[in-house]
Write a protein that binds this ligand. Structure first.
Ligand SMILES: Nc1ncnc2c1ncn2[C@@H]1O[C@H](COP(=O)(O)OP(=O)(O)OP(=O)(O)O)[C@@H](O)[C@H]1O
Length: 329
């Protein structure tokens, strides 16, 4: 768990604090995405958590411990950090780069070697092919994977990610996001993530925190944020198509299945309401059949998109649990 309590950072000579009185908790095993316009304090917030930037005021607890009390260098070894530029040592092999933290932690060589193989495999890099290469012999996406592998190597409970996929093209980015999401869930890491990309925030963050000029304006599960932006600023930031973004988050299994028959191919289990809407538009129908029987009706999709369906039901269904229908209104 990461707990920020009134965290503040003032830069010398600045007319306002870069981050002001920020209180935010990221529960154990969950992820929180920080979003907001350029200069709103996202990176400063992240770097206060591993004390690359020292807070001017406030408290910070990680896994229940006062993270501002001890040695910042020791703190940083217990926190994974992934940044856009990756920051790999150019003359070191992939294995050498990934082994950085375990070496600093003084692990025996055999344990380090085994761990390097393990995290490379976890992040989708075949150790036999990649371990000995230098960073310049990798694609951008592969370098990013090495960055994630390096952050995971010491098995830290907490991971900080600053625009982790910013440097890779959209196709690779989508795939990396999916994989990393699955991996972090499986490993139950507690993650604080900075991104410019709202879709990335919504995809990777169990919760999303919106910053404006150093202050927190809304902190909510992604589906809730998209359904009920706290004010005009947040609504504008989320964009006019926020209802569509919300539909992409909700699995078809979250809505009631109707008995009525519908035309066309059935939508697979994992499809989202956005997929369902796209299928209806393409087919010119008001319902689509679902795998396993029954169908989904257009009016139920529209109600969910406008935020009428109870958001806690959506939140639960997003965790992948079976849920009874969320109903409209
Ligand atoms: N080292 C520094 N010295 C002085 N001011 C700084 C420093 N780092 C950041 N700032 C200022 O703090 C404010 C917040 O910056 P920060 O990088 O946290 O914003 P951000 O939301 O991450 O922005 P972006 O999306 O552009 O990366 C900005 O006004 C910035 O100019």
């Amino acid at each position: 768990m990461i707990e920020l309590d009134g965290l503040t950072r003032r830069w010398p000579g600045a007319d306002r604090a870069a981050v002001e009185d920020l209180t935010l908790t990221v529960p154990e095993g969950t992820s929180c995405a920080l979003i907001g316009p350029s200069g709103s304090g996202k990176t400063t917030t992240l770097r206060m958590v591993n004390r690359l930037v020292e807070p001017s005021a406030g408290r910070l607890r990680i896994a229940g411990q006062d993270a501002l009390a001890g040695d910042p260098v020791m703190l940083r070894r217990s926190i994974g950090y992934v940044i856009q530029e990756v920051g790999l040592f150019p003359h070191w092999s992939v294995a050498g780069n990934v082994a950085t933290v375990p070496r600093l932690l003084g692990w025996p060589a055999a344990r380090i070697a085994a761990r390097v193989e393990e995290v490379l495999a976890l992040t989708g890099l075949d150790p036999a092919r990649f371990a000995r290469r230098r960073p310049h012999e990798l694609s951008g996406g592969e370098r990013q994977r090495v960055g994630v592998a390096r952050a995971l190597a010491g098995d830290p409970p907490v991971l900080l990610m600053d625009e982790p996929f910013g440097a890779v093209d959209p196709v690779v980015r989508g795939r990396l996001q999916e994989e990393v999401l699955r991996l972090l869930k499986q490993l139950r890491k507690t993650v604080l993530l900075v991104t410019h990309d709202l879709e990335e925030a919504v995809r990777l963050g169990d919760a999303v925190a919106v910053l404006r000029a150093g202050r927190l304006v809304q902190h909510a599960p992604a589906a809730e944020l998209l359904a009920r932006p706290a004010d005009e600023f947040v609504a504008e930031f989320l964009g006019a198509d926020r209802a569509l973004k919300r539909l992409a988050l909700i699995p078809v299994s979250a809505l009631p299945r109707r008995d009525a028959r519908a035309e066309g191919a059935s939508l697979p289990e994992g499809a989202s309401l956005r997929d369902a809407l796209a299928a209806m538009l393409a087919r010119g129908t008001r319902a689509v059949p679902l795998a396993g029987g029954g169908s989904l009706a257009l009016e139920d999709v529209l109600a969910a998109g406008s935020g009428e369906a109870p958001s806690e039901a959506m939140g639960v269904s997003l965790e992948g649990q079976q849920r009874s229908p969320a109903g409209g209104g």
